[in-house]
Design a protein around this ligand. Structure first.
Ligand code: ADP
Ligand code: MG
Length: 691
């Protein structure tokens, strides 16, 4: 944060250590931070609304005459006051009330109240509205424009926040420096920073407040632009910093990889070949690579990464593959053993299921460099793990790892001043322009082609009441010698209940499907037990595997041709697509049944119909972005990209080319402004991510 001396919080009235701590929780550490703590919405206390025309969810001022006021003894005692304004009536509901309040609200009194309109059991309601009782003369309405509503925190009221922010606003021109070049402001007709902030905190008309919320007001657009610019500059700086680090320049002839390639029995797709070439070019450089390989489930990302690992191993260094779950790590281990061991490569695992002796041996092999490829979960960067010469880390599904974990692994690989290269695989592909912004500090490779011969999965959407039809399908599939997944995703807050639900389902299915071997895996099982079940399923001893979403990624059983997903309406698009990607891996026709519990909400209906229509991960990711927004998808907090305050990558995507251009201009002509722009918008979590 840039804290100019004049901008320390203590310069404002009434700020002691306790308040500073609360403000800190909101990310407010300076007067400038207060100015950039922007309203989520506005309250309109300037107009009186007719009760007859209220919309559920709106926050409005109404007034009327009290029809009756009584204490209601329901589940909770409450005071119900019904008021009427000739257009309709509304109930004020209060759970906490005093005798004198009750006396004040007697029949015939006039009341003005402000609150959120809700649907009550009998009529519209306001719960604990702000209200005043008046005689014949109604009190004047507020004229001071719209009241901002801020993100708040425990023990810090809206009113208190408003007063603090207003104090800061009084000094806005001195505290919030104009950091955008004049030419940029002029070209885009952006308001000056001080004006933009004043308008955002206190819009002076309904139209203006509406524009702020619809995000098309120039003040809002200007701030969104500046925020995107800040993130871009931060990513650019972190890339620059990375380029000052050293990494082992990998020099390999590619002979080891060619051996594997010739044994595969299939040809690589053009997209895979391009991806390998790009990673190779990265590895040859003496600075650490940081590349994202994105591609649909089954597009062959793992094999691409295996090629990179083999180059590294051929050059005499170690490679590590890090998976987000033990099951996925096991799957990678099986693949890499199958691929690399015949070439004489030593593959080692660091997994939770290992006993003390096995683990010691693995650690020793990693430390001495005997282990050339190491597969594991985040257990890879525990303190006791030391690599002999780690030159490449392959991370699968990066959004599941925290910033600190990835940072720790990079540090772990530090060796004679060199840090390892990093390649990340993700099956949640996003459009390129978005990737360039979200992941601006990385290079992005997109595998946009599936191996030939994949049959698209036929998807049907059924209400849970059609369970019998689904059982019939399972019997048919098993009779043909095929295998089936049955997924019970999280429907309860508690993992215990989830596990219980899966266990009950497995039992019920076993009873309903005599003669069919049913297995169960869930997140609470010991890794070894899980692995036994998975192994039996892979070997075909079990025909039906009931699972919680632990099988979401990476399980590869080509003989599985049917997947049933219960409570599909609760899952996001990307997750559904990843799950569905577990079938359709063999040559035979595959099916996915999405079972839902009626009634379906609008978004859930849309999601399921997209799943039915499309098998294309890119299209599905695009729809997912539309329905959810990028923050949620990327788990931005975890990738180290904080949630945007004003900007929205989806909505503001059209701005990105201009933002990139502006960033180049700042770097070129006003380099001294980069740090203050970043400091204004990007908090320390991001700085940490960029170490
Ligand atoms: P991803 O990691 O992208 O989901 P994988 O690398 O796990 O995909 O590949 C899925 C399956 O397809 C694996 O069994 C793999 O061996 C196989 N595969 C990979 N590339 C090809 C290809 N070019 N042609 C045929 N099969 C392939
Ligand atoms: Mg995979």
């Amino acid at each position: 944060m840039t804290t100019t001396p004049a901008a320390a919080l203590t310069q404002l009235k009434g700020i002691g250590p306790r308040l500073r701590e609360k403000l800190g929780r909101l990310g407010i550490d300076s007067v400038q931070d207060l100015l950039f703590h922007l309203p989520m919405r506005y309250q309109d206390r300037t107009t009186l609304h007719d009760i007859g025309s209220l919309r559920i969810g709106s926050e409005v001022v109404v007034q009327g005459r009290v029809l009756d006021c009584r204490v209601h003894f329901g589940r909770r005692r409450s005071l119900l006051t019904r008021i009427d304004d000739d257009t309709g009536s509304l109930t004020m509901r209060m759970f906490h009330f005093s005798r004198s309040q009750q006396n004040n609200l007697e029949r015939g009194a006039f009341v003005r109240c402000f609150g959120e309109v809700r649907r009550g059991p009998r009529s519209l309601e306001m719960v604990h509205p702000e209200y005043t009782v008046f005689g014949d003369v109604p009190p004047p309405l507020e004229s001071g424009g719209f009241t901002p509503v801020y993100p708040a925190t425990e023990g810090l009221s809206q009113n208190h926040l408003r007063k603090l922010i207003d104090q800061a606003l009084a000094r806005v021109d001195e505290v919030a420096e104009e950091l955008l070049p004049a030419s940029l402001l002029a070209a885009n007709r952006f308001p000056a920073i001080g004006d933009a902030l004043r308008q955002l905190h206190h819009p002076d008309s309904a139209a203006e407040a509406g524009g702020m919320l619809a995000q098309n007001h120039p003040a809002r657009v200007r701030l969104a632009f500046e925020e995107l610019l800040a993130h871009h500059l931060a990513a650019w700086q972190s890339r620059r910093r990375r380029e000052t680090l050293n990494a082992t320049a990998v020099t390999a002839s590619g002979a080891l990889w060619r051996q594997l390639e010739s044994r595969l029995g299939f040809d690589l797709t053009g997209a895979q070949q391009r991806a390998i070439a790009e990673i190779r070019a990265d590895l040859e450089r003496g600075t650490p690579a940081h590349r994202l390989v994105q591609g649909d489930v089954g597009s062959g990302k793992t094999l691409v990464c295996a090629a990179a690992c083999l180059d590294v191993i051929e050059s005499g260094c170690q490679a590590a593959v890090m998976a987000p779950t033990e099951i996925l790590a096991e799957q990678h281990l099986a693949n890499f053993r199958k691929w690399l061991q015949p070439l004489g490569v030593h593959v080692t695992a660091l997994l939770g299921r290992q006993g003390a002796r096995e683990r010691r041996a693995a650690l020793e092999a990693v430390r001495t460099g005997v282990a050339q490829l190491v597969v594991g979960t985040h257990a890879l960067f525990q303190d006791e793990v030391a690599f002999e010469k780690l030159a490449l880390i392959v991370v699968d599904e990066q959004h599941r790892f925290g910033v600190m974990q990835r940072f720790a692994l990079r540090e772990k690989g530090r060796h004679n001043g060199a840090v390892p290269h990093q390649v990340t695989m993700t099956a949640t592909p996003i459009p390129r322009s978005l990737a360039m912004s979200l992941y601006a500090e990385m290079d992005v490779t997109t595998i946009d082609e599936l191996p030939p011969g994949r049959t698209p999965v036929d998807t049907v959407v059924l209400p849970a009441s059609r369970r019998d039809d689904v059982l019939a399908r399972i019997r048919d599939a098993c009779a043909r010698g095929e295998q089936v997944y049955w997924v019970c995703p999280v429907i309860e807050e508690s993992e215990t209940l989830e596990v219980q639900a899966a266990a009950d389902t497995a039992e019920a299915l076993a009873a309903a499907l005599p003669g069919i071997g049913v297995g169960l895996v869930h997140g609470r099982m010991k890794t070894a037990d899980k692995e036994v079940v998975m192994q039996r399923f892979r070997a075909g001893e079990l025909a039906l595997l009931v699972a919680t979403t632990v099988i979401e990624v990476g399980v590869d059983v080509p003989n599985a041709s049917l997947m049933v997903i219960e409570n599909a309406e609760r899952l996001g698009l990307s997750q559904l697509h990843q799950l569905r990607g577990r079938v359709g891996r063999g040559a035979r026709r595959s099916y996915c049944v999405l079972l839902y519990r009626a009634p379906l909400g609008e978004v859930a209906r849309e999601r399921l119909s997209i799943m039915k229509r499309s098998n294309d991960g890119f299209e599905i990711a695009r729809k997912d972005l539309e329905l959810r927004g990028p923050g949620e998808i990327m788990g931005t907090r975890q990738t180290g990209m904080q949630r945007m305050m004003v900007a929205d990558l989806m909505r503001d995507a059209a701005m990105l080319p201009a933002v990139r251009k502006a960033a180049a201009e700042i770097v070129d002509k006003h380099p001294e402004r980069a740090a203050p722009i970043i400091g204004r918008w990007v908090k320390s979590e991001m700085e940490l991510a960029n170490v």
